[in-house]
Design a protein around this ligand. Sequence first.
Ligand SMILES: [Zn+2]
Length: 358
Amino acid sequence: MFFIPIFFNETFIDVIYQVGRTGAITPVANLDPVELAGTIVKRASLHNADQIAKLDVRINDTVFVEKGGEIIPKIVGVDLSLRPEDSVPVKYITHCPDCGTKLVRKEGDAKHYCPNEFGCPKQITGKIIHFISRKAMNIDGLGEETVELLYQNKLIHNYADLYELKESQLIPLERMAEKSAKNIIAGLEASKQIGFEKVLFALGIRYVGETVAKKLAFHYKNIDNLMQASYEDLVNVDEIGEIIARSVIDFFKNPINIEIISRLRSYGLKFAIDESVYENRTEKLKGLNFVVSGVFEKFSRNELKKTIEDNGGKVTGSISKKTSYIIAGENMGPSKKEKAEKLNIPIISEEEFLKMLE
Ligand SMILES: [Zn+2]
């Protein structure tokens, strides 16, 4: 999909500072709400302190906002002719808005961080919310609000605590029906079947996103191998760079994380790749990028994507110069076809794709 950026003028009212699950601080601009293309825009991203300084955006400035493909628009400039005379530069916060700890900023990092990793409420709940999210442990019945509620009631302090929850502890909570309590417990139980690659992603190691987690899980096969991996070992894994390697080492160096993992293990979560999953994997499509379009006979689109990934290939949503093949089913989108022809990218059928795997 392509988005055409739309620019518009808006009044910047204030900055709010969000604390992410890794402690990263993101400044967000509060704007005078305006309707644009059917949605009300009242916030814009400011990214980091450097960005604010670079734009020299000030409270009550009239700013140019760009709305593109991102969920939240961004401020791209200031209309200086409308700047109030008494305006002063924005003073970036020095302490965490959530826990009050002095912020740190590492050499070469654009973001400020709250270093109070295990004591900052936003980081604690942020990590748990990430853990239960759809692409991670995908726990049915549990949502952001419930996590906040459980944390406020001191029932959970980290994601391992989730697995010790009992129905009888949940039912007395505000807005919690017996049925929802049952759902949560059942959802947690079911999550014990989630594959190692997702469990690894769920742990929330900084810089270890979905794809990296998958890479590491299939390379090391189980958590013990990964925990013992040295820095040199990690950077030698395909697509694992220095920053990720350092972050993985730091994560497993921390005794709190080790204890949480050992608890999760004792509850029966998967910390090794299922042999059966592993047997079906190959590297036959290594280095190839695929785009899938249309309806297929032998596969659903998701099965096709999984087959590509299981064989070492990559699937992307849109066609670019990096695309190696387009697998076309019935009713392939005409715009995709046109783009593929323009970029000279081979379009193959389902059968031709299966031949690549033989
Ligand atoms: Zn904090």
